[in-house]
Design a protein around this ligand. Structure first.
Ligand code: M6R
Length: 608
């Protein structure tokens, strides 16, 4: 979705802005633009379509000279993805340009007010009201004008503003939208995404809601909502720019799948201390855990499916009831939440609008909150009482892979940690499960290594109209995620079904040659799962079974088999999902799909 960048320094701004925008491409967008101050004019270039068009239009920035500027990638919400609706937007007097990430909810009434006062609108966007308000309130003091303007705004925003009266200054403001300042030497930057900054500086400041900042080449000042200067901590980005590059792989998705064993190791290592588990910078005592009557996990998309798998581990080990709620539904469901509810929020980006809204509602109702998040300093990480980072590193492909498996890893740590403190697990089981957890990265690598024939399997299903994924218990949770992976990147219709539920309706759709991917990785339920395989086989299905290496029960019934190493069923989702991610990847490759940027999708869904 939308992304913003800004630069002020002593070198040409436009090439740096264009480079920053390229780093934001993965988020999904449909138009882009830059504005650079040159003396007392602002040069603006905007295009619908790709950043490459913007580079062409500006001759790689040569046509927009100047050393202070702002840039934007837009994912259309208010108005079509046209050149006119693209950001930056200019004030009528040409003195101000702004870029905006977020949605101004009260833009319609502000627009009417501004039109009545004589302001002319060129676009259909909600954003344009902001720049006209700034012009209206500006009396020679940009900070005062921005504060007055933001006091009129409802909704979410990360704003980047330039003004010709102060040609070396960038002004930014944040409310419910990510905004990070990059601190350089003789130059400073901002962006909505740290990925756009990391090739220029590793020193960053995460702004909080309600804060503003003023950046010049040699100075950065952050203000609170009352306009008082505040001291902010400078954080170090812990990964290199290479981590956000393809590194020889054809697609980010494949690179990120290959990174999964390492990412899960990074998620587990700081938390496993010999025979003990630790939760970063906080602890949950037995007393605190006993006070939890109910755990609610909320998230969207794959993160929700990670929650579905994690539920089984937490309930089984901790004996606390867990419900997994789609964030977009939970927010408006009048949920039964109180101070005895522990809310676990899962999000790779930490910026998903539905998840943020659900979290705020549950906090309002008194829930304690733990966020399991990948992006450091993100909104969800900031909102939570406690945050457990997944340490997956930058995930660029729209289809999440290592984001999902690292969420699982952290949920497993939480389940074992809490169970031991609650006394709901005996020491022998605890040790066995801890050993299994410890072995996950190695077994994930083995899973990748042993599944080199997936491209051939992909050929067999690439032209199918529909695929079924079935499984029971944790295998069902894996089916849900496997089916989502396939549909989002290959555009093949998929249906994930709890295997035992098939006979209650869905089996009517199974006929000759219908591919069914059966996840059979739950030892305890293997016989039941095999019965469901036999049921679909009897109706002509072609079954691809995902099962343990060395186990013959599913093999005997399946047409094709995908093997994974054996692990406790509570943790098997982390292994079983890998070949399903790879299968989706190879089917999408075979069908010539845009793997890293599937149609209609965005990496971080910042609108509700
Ligand atoms: O950043 P989040 O984890 O909050 O994102 C949630 C979903 O939007 C995300 O998992 C989405 O479903 C992915 N495209 C799945 O690959």
């Amino acid at each position: 979705m939308c992304g913003i960048v800004g630069f002020t320094g002593h070198q040409a701004a436009a090439p740096l802005l264009l480079e920053g925008l390229k780093r934001l491409e993965y988020r999904g967008y449909d138009s882009a633009g830059i504005a650079v101050i040159d003396g007392d004019t602002i040069n603006v270039a905007k295009v619908s379509g790709r950043i490459a068009n913007l580079c062409e239009k500006t001759h790689d920035g040569a046509d927009t000279p100047g050393s202070t500027g702002i840039g934007h990638t837009r994912w259309a919400t208010h108005g079509a993805p046209t050149d006119l609706n693209a950001h930056p937007h200019l004030s009528n007097d040409g003195k101000f340009a702004i870029v905006h990430n977020g949605i101004i909810e009260n833009y319609a009434e502000l627009r009417e007010e501004l039109i009545a006062k004589g302001y002319t609108f060129l676009s259909e966007t909600d954003t344009e009201v902001v720049v006209h308000l700034i012009e209206m309130y500006y009396k020679g003091d940009l900070k005062a004008a921005v504060m007055k303007t933001t006091s009129r705004l409802e909704g979410s925003y990360a704003l980047g503003i330039v003004c010709t009266d102060d040609p070396e200054t960038l002004f930014v403001a944040r409310e419910h939208g990510p905004l990070i300042l990059g601190i350089g030497v003789g130059e400073n930057y901002f962006s909505s995404d740290v990925t756009a900054l990391v090739s220029y500086t590793k020193n960053v400041i995460y702004l909080d809601d309600g804060e503003f900042a003023e950046l010049s080449p040699d100075n950065v000042t952050v203000y609170d909502c009352a306009g008082r200067a505040v001291e902010k901590k400078i954080s170090r980005i812990t990964w290199n720019v290479e981590a956000a590059e393809k590194g020889g792989y054809e697609h980010f998705m494949l690179k990120e799948i290959m990174e999964e064993p390492g990412a899960v190791k990074a998620a587990l290592a700081p938390r496993i201390h010999g025979s003990d588990l630790k939760l970063d910078d906080f602890e949950l005592t037995a007393e605190q855990l006993r006070d939890v009557r109910r755990i609610v996990i909320t998230a969207c998309g794959s993160a929700y499916y990670a929650g579905c798998a994690g539920k089984f581990a937490i309930e089984s080990l901790c004996r606390i009831p867990v419900t997994v709620e789609l964030a977009s539904e939970l927010r408006y469901a009048d949920p039964i939440i109180d101070e005895h509810t522990l809310l676990i929020v899962l999000s790779q980006s930490g910026e998903t609008a539905d998840t943020i809204a659900a979290m705020k509602e549950c906090k309002r109702l008194g829930a304690k909150t733990i966020a399991i998040v990948n992006v450091v300093g993100s909104t969800i990480a900031n909102l939570a009482d406690h945050t457990l980072y997944t340490w997956a590193g930058p995930e660029i492909a729209v289809a999440t892979t290592k984001g999902y498996t690292t969420q699982l890893a952290v949920l497993y740590v939480f389940a074992l940690y809490a169970a031991r403190r609650l006394g709901t697990i005996d020491e022998q089981t605890y040790s066995a499960l801890l050993a299994d957890l410890h072995s996950l990265p190695k077994k994930m690598q083995q899973t990748i290594d042993m599944n080199h024939a997936l491209p051939e399997l992909a050929e067999k299903i690439r032209d199918r109209q529909s695929l079924f994924y079935i499984g029971r218990n944790t295998d069902w949770a894996v089916s849900l995620e496997g089916a989502l992976k396939m549909k989002e990147i290959s555009y093949i219709h998929t249906e994930a079904y709890a295997a035992g539920e098939l006979k209650h309706g869905t089996i009517a759709l199974i006929d000759d040659g219908q591919p069914v991917i059966a996840i059979c990785c739950n030892d305890r339920l293997m016989d039941k799962s095999i019965s469901n395989v036999v049921e679909v086989k009897a109706r002509g299905a072609k079954v691809i079974a995902v099962t343990f290496r060395g186990d013959t029960r599913a093999v005997a019934q399946a047409d094709d088999v995908i093997f994974v190493p054996k692990v406790d069923p509570l943790f098997s989702a982390a292994l079983a999902i890998l070949p399903l991610q790879m299968l989706a990847y190879y089917v999408a490759i075979a069908n010539g799909c845009d793997i890293d940027k599937p149609k209609n999708l965005a990496k971080s869904v910042t609108v509700e």
